[in-house]
Design a protein around this ligand. Structure first.
Ligand SMILES: Cc1ncc(C[n+]2csc(CCOP(=O)(O)OP(=O)(O)O)c2C)c(N)n1
Ligand SMILES: [Mg+2]
Length: 326
């Protein structure tokens, strides 16, 4: 049985999970209404993982994430207005509307890169961790990636290097059972992704990524180890994506019963019920959190839709260190 964090931490985890769930629902509705045109890789079902990791991180700690990473960004604290403006390609966005949903960065809260190249969050996290180590800064870097990414060369190279240099990195594999349209077993030799840690002499654990207490305990141990100079950890967080790979994917290749079973155990309402049943929060406390997130979303969508698109003069700016003349 995992140790139970304080009531404040538990409620904070719930707030982050709810933010991710409500944001997802709003995002899908906004695309369906034709108000925003954007590629969207829903993280619905995977809310617990970054929420449990992020309550163990500081603003100065780094995360590197992937196209399916809006949950990681929200959990780490990217302001919603700037996030939505970036998704909509507006000048008020985190990257002045020039990055879009697949390239969101927000260094002020530690979101250093969002990448569409499978496996590339890991070497970048290593670089950030190495820089922190050389400068003597007390920072931890988290690399988020999927199960499919554990078959990419960069995964193996990154684990090796992080282990040799004892880098303050936590590798968090969100094993949602599918890489695009391919089931885990079809494409992966290891029974568990965490088994691969042994090849690189680092601790590796498989944890129920939909169990907030188990996920919190695993994340805390790994973050504490990295911060104390104990080097990297590989966490394989077992989870499931409720929707197809990308918005519009009809998910005909997914096992219907498996999907039904996971959706019936939706981690957000389950944790809500657990918090109330165990006296950590009242129905009114949680309803107030949900209403406040809803209002924040209203404001963020309105802000994004009413903001201006970047001027054409922005095309060449921020591309090279030295600005190109028109
Ligand atoms: C280097 C590279 N190869 C292939 C792709 C195409 N691709 C995009 S997402 C994806 C599946 C990755 O699955 P996984 O790592 O499990 O992450 P998930 O989408 O399930 O979160 C693939 C193969 C890519 N973007 N980059
Ligand atoms: Mg996957």
């Amino acid at each position: 049985m995992s140790s139970v964090p304080s009531k404040a931490v538990l409620v904070d985890m719930y707030r982050r999970m709810t933010l991710i769930k409500q944001n997802d629902e709003r995002f899908r509705a906004t695309i369906m209404a034709g108000k925003i045109v954007a590629p969207y890789y829903s993280p619905r079902g995977q809310e617990v993982i970054p929420s449990a990791v992020s309550v163990n991180l500081r603003d100065t700690d780094y995360i590197c994430t992937i196209y399916r990473g809006i949950h990681d960004m929200l959990a780490k604290g990217v302001p919603m207005k700037q996030l939505w403006a970036e998704i909509a390609g507006k000048v008020t966005g985190t990257c002045k509307g020039k990055g879009g949903p697949m390239h969101i960065t927000h260094p002020a809260c530690g979101v250093m890169v969002t990448t569409g190249i499978v496996g590339s969050s890991m070497p970048i996290a290593n670089g950030l961790a190495l820089a922190a180590q050389i400068r003597g800064e007390d920072r931890v870097a988290v690399a988020y990636f999927g199960d499919g990414a554990s078959n990419i060369g960069a995964f193996h190279e990154s684990l090796n290097m992080a282990s040799v240099w004892k880098l303050p990195v936590v590798f968090v594999c969100q094993n949602n059972r599918y890489g695009e349209h391919t089931k885990y077993e079809v494409a992966t030799s290891a029974r568990r992704v965490s088994d691969r840690a042994a090849g690189y002499q680092m601790p590796g654990v498989t944890v129920d990524g939909n169990d907030p207490l188990a996920m919190h305990a695993a994340a805390k141990e790994a973050v504490d180890r990295a911060r104390a100079g104990g080097g990297p950890t590989l966490i394989e967080a077992m989870t499931f994506r409720f929707h197809g790979h990308v918005f519009g994917d009809m998910d005909g290749y997914m096992d219907k019963d498996e999907k039904k079973g996971w959706m019936a155990r939706d981690p957000v309402p389950a944790f809500r019920a657990w918090l109330i049943a165990n006296g950590h929060a009242s129905e009114a406390d949680l309803a107030a959190i949900e209403a406040s997130i809803n209002q924040g979303l209203d404001e963020a969508v309105e802000f994004a839709l009413s903001s201006a698109a970047p001027d054409v003069a922005e095309l060449r700016r921020d591309v090279f260190a030295q600005e190109l003349s028109a």
